[in-house]
Design a protein around this ligand. Sequence first.
Ligand code: SAH
Length: 272
Amino acid sequence: METSNPAPQSEQIAPELAEIALVLVETSHPGNIGSSARAAKTMGLRKLLLVSPRRFPDADATALASGADDVLDQAQVHDSLDQALDGYGVAYACSARRRGIRLPELNPRQFAAHALAQARSGPVAVVFGNERVGLSNAEIERCQYLVRIPSNPEFGSLNLAAALQLLTYELRMAALELVGKLKGKPDPRIPAPLGEMERMFVHLQQVLERIRFFGSRSPERMMARLRRLLQRGLPDAHEVAIMRGILSQIEYMLDHPGRDAGPQGVSEQDQG
Ligand code: SAH
């Protein structure tokens, strides 16, 4: 069972996310309006502006919203794009085709970072076109940026709600990254001092020689590989001590064949 979350997720990530408006121009299929509401809500966006939808409200829209009814209920309906964009500072036109329009073009990732930054200083709108004809040149010219999902050039037009899902996902990823950058703590683990690493490698080589691991292989080359492997993990001092403990225990068992365990046996403390 899904549980409803009392606080909107987006508030915890970046409040700007919930402020970005999604404008659907002359949508033909109400199902696409419902799917778009759902897509938006899953990514923490809630503002839907509908410009002359063919049918709205509509049972198909509600059915496909599948629980995002609140986003549908709050959707504003406008007669024209100009009216919808009134009060918005920045608008992005989403189009599968370039259409020779001289607007700066952004890919979805560039768009997300850009729009999120803009949303901090004022209202932002993202504009999607009709399923069959897309956005007209006049509609695109109302916007300052063109957003194009770099799709298959021979089959480049996504379903409206799919395009909206992809772009809102990028917005959410950009918001998460932003929060991570602001709140991210540096890794508290401190890599082991290099001296301890060196002593571990010397010890490892001695034990590998004792158990005749190198055979006809070059110890230098094998040690270089093992060095790379162990250094990649940036072990801390405690982890290096565990490795040393393992090596000492191997030596002890070689020196005392037949014994069950020795003084180096793993202690409670080392298991942590
Ligand atoms: N035949 C129309 C397709 C419209 S699809 C055309 O070629 O323009 C409905 C809407 O989804 C588009 O107007 C656009 O806003 C969005 N969309 C679909 N594919 C897209 C893409 N590759 N990049 C950006 N937006 C896209």
